[in-house]
Design a protein around this ligand. Structure first.
Ligand SMILES: [Zn+2]
Ligand SMILES: [Zn+2]
Length: 333
């Protein structure tokens, strides 16, 4: 099978992913072998490839937003049959018996491992997944447009739930990439007013098309203050500004797995008046099930930019440079 593998972390300009031919893996009793149809690219892949996150397995095949078809199932599998459409996400496995796992917080499990990081992911023609961590998907969905739901969608959805907003409330979104363009549509479907802060003209345009109520370059120009805000950009510099332009009692949600350092906060200006900050770490399988159900029902329109598997380096470079509008997706030939 054709794969794109990472041996050494380096800047994406130097094309660190190598195209290679690997032997087809054999599923364990609780695993499924999946023929990958489409795999979304994610900023986390960039953080792994470029070294913002440590390399924990070498070589590693990145990719954790996979839509594919089950071709072989281990003998202990009961939910997925060969021929079923399957989704694979970032959360790969948890211990199943720690305090977090037992209290609906498996995303915080100390023993959790991740797809395309601890084990091989979807930048490949075939990949493995544990049945218990796979999503059984409807046959009639668009594989390419659904792939970004598996991380951009799910992590964005967890961030959205953390805002605790409902109809009539105001949400501000900082950074308008893959997650933001999905969550804007979910928030709008709930009757929430959405303000989008982005400097990129192409992202501003997409935000308007998807129904954002206000789009601009700075929160200083907000027509009204948000009840909650989500920062999707990996830029800690934004945090004080986002706190300043938040209603009293408001909540700021940090959605990234990685963020550059946050400057010092001034108590009165940024935190007083019962403002809260909360981060989002990974997701639970419940988040995934809820997001997929809502996204197919609304239905969320995912904007994609596609490339063949062999052009993973090039597509990731476009992501880094902010040139992708919506989500980048690798498509198997
Ligand atoms: Zn656990
Ligand atoms: Zn991701």
């Amino acid at each position: 099978m054709r794969v794109m593998a990472l041996y050494q972390q380096s800047d994406i300009h130097s094309k660190p992913l190598r195209s290679e031919e690997w032997e087809l893996p054999e599923p364990l009793d609780n695993e499924i072998l999946v023929r990958v149809q489409a795999c979304g690219i994610c900023r986390t892949d960039l953080h792994i490839i470029e070294g913002d996150l440590p390399l924990v397995k070498t070589p590693i095949i990145p990719g954790h937003q996979v839509i594919g078809v089950a071709v072989k199932v281990g003998k202990n599998c009961t939910k997925i049959k060969p021929g079923n459409k399957v989704g694979i996400a970032w959360l790969r496995k948890t211990c199943g018996n720690c305090n977090f796992c037992n209290n609906g917080l498996e995303n915080l499990c100390e023993g959790s491992i991740y797809t395309g990081y601890h084990e091989h992911g979807g930048y490949a023609e075939f990949t493995l997944v544990k049945e218990a961590y796979s999503y059984l998907l409807p046959d009639n969905i668009d594989d390419i447009k659904s792939a970004p739901l598996l991380c951009a969608g799910i992590i964005g959805y967890r961030a959205w739930k953390k805002t605790k907003l409902n109809s009539g409330k105001v949400l501000a979104i900082y950074g308008f990439g893959a997650s933001a363009h999905i969550i804007t549509q979910i928030a709008k479907s709930k009757g929430v007013v959405v303000l989008v802060v982005s400097r990129a003209k192409n992202h501003q345009q997409l935000a308007k098309e998807l129904g954002a109520d206000w789009v601009g370059e700075s929160p200083k120009d907000f027509p009204l203050l948000p009840h909650s805000s989500i920062i999707f950009a990996p830029n800690g510099e934004i945090v004080p500004l986002a706190l300043q332009y938040l209603q009293k009692g408001g909540r700021l949600v940090l959605a990234g797995i990685y963020m550059s350092d946050i400057p010092p906060l001034i108590y009165e200006k940024h935190l007083f008046y019962e403002k809260e900050i909360i981060s989002v770490t990974s997701n639970t399988r419940e988040d995934g099930i809820e997001l997929l159900k809502e996204a197919f029902e609304i239905p969320v329109e995912v904007h994609v930019e596609c490339a063949p598997l062999s052009e993973a380096n090039e597509l990731l470079l476009k992501l880094k440079e902010g040139k992708i509008n919506g989500s980048g997706v690798l498509v198997m030939s």
